[in-house]
Design a protein around this ligand. Structure first.
Ligand code: GDP
Ligand code: MN
Ligand code: MN
Length: 249
């Protein structure tokens, strides 16, 4: 078995108002069932989800957190503004974003943007994925899946990987429960987070720095589904043992 993964060439520096779907269709010949994986940073830029630090007035709370964490109070204010819940305040801000992802600094990024500006996450990553998927269909007639990713750290492990934060045309997990292993044992737990595995694979080609390759096409994995939204990958609060341990102590 095999699959292919390739970067889409010639993506310019993305600015507010750019039509990402058009850029992708112009620079890649897409096929039915391709999975188009896009780094959130360019989706955010296209959507104008960029802020200027100089325009942010930090609250007393942001100033206190920034002092404790040795960070910029305006950056901290942006993180607070983008967060639905704070799970850890120090030594770094671990928060739940409005999209549901629990991550450091609400996914706000000071890299791959000119100094003094920061990139927020897309307002609604699932909605962004859906729009891009629909636009690709109207431009090419091809039915693809779209995954929007961010680079996140993990609990318990050093190093960061690509994770999915918004999806369209694919289900977040492949449920193995009820099927058998090599010895006929029924699998009771296995529910494979395929969108995260695909995000991590694509991230290998994105790079984190100056590569300028924010879009990867994955071809040869058959995970297409007429489905929307990544919500199912986040635990409901009652089942989120680690979150509850952090919040309740
Ligand atoms: P994130 O993981 O979504 O936060 O994005 P990164 O900052 O890690 O960037 C992922 C990839 O996108 C890297 O190859 C960057 O060089 C590239 N990238 C970021 N912004 C742009 C842009 O505006 N245009 C192009 N062509 N590439 C970009
Ligand atoms: Mn990021
Ligand atoms: Mn990254």
């Amino acid at each position: 078995m095999h699959f292919n993964a390739f970067t889409v060439p010639d993506i310019p520096l993305v600015e507010e108002g750019d039509d990402l779907a058009e850029t992708i269709c112009k620079n890649a010949r897409l096929c039915d069932r391709d999975i188009v994986v896009i780094a959130s940073t360019v989706v955010a830029k296209a959507e104008g989800r960029v802020a200027r630090l100089a325009d942010i007035a930090p609250s007393n709370r942001a100033i206190a957190i920034a002092e404790r964490n040795e960070s910029d109070s305006r950056f901290v204010q942006a993180v607070l503004d983008e967060s639905e819940e704070i799970l850890l305040e120090s030594p770094f801000l671990l928060v739940k974003t409005r999209n549901g992802n629990i991550c450091v600094n609400a996914g706000i990024d000071g890299s791959n943007i000119d100094s003094g500006r920061i990139i927020l996450l897309p307002e609604d990553s699932d909605g962004s994925a859906k729009n891009i998927r629909e636009d690709i269909f109207s431009m090419t007639g091809k039915t693809v899946s779209v995954i929007i990713t961010d680079t996140n750290g993990r609990a318990f492990r050093d190093g960061q990987i690509g994770v999915a934060i918004g999806i369209s045309g694919i289900t977040p997990t492949k449920d193995w429960r009820g099927s058998c292993d090599l010895f006929g044992n029924v699998l009771e737990v296995a529910n494979e987070a395929v969108v995260d595995e695909i995000a991590a694979a694509a991230n290998l080609l994105f790079g984190e720095g100056s590569d300028g390759t924010p879009v990867v096409v994955i071809r040869g994995l058959d995970f297409h589904a007429e489905a929307e939204g990544i919500g199912g990958i986040y635990f409901p609060e009652s089942d989120d043992v680690i979150r509850n341990a952090l919040v309740r102590g």
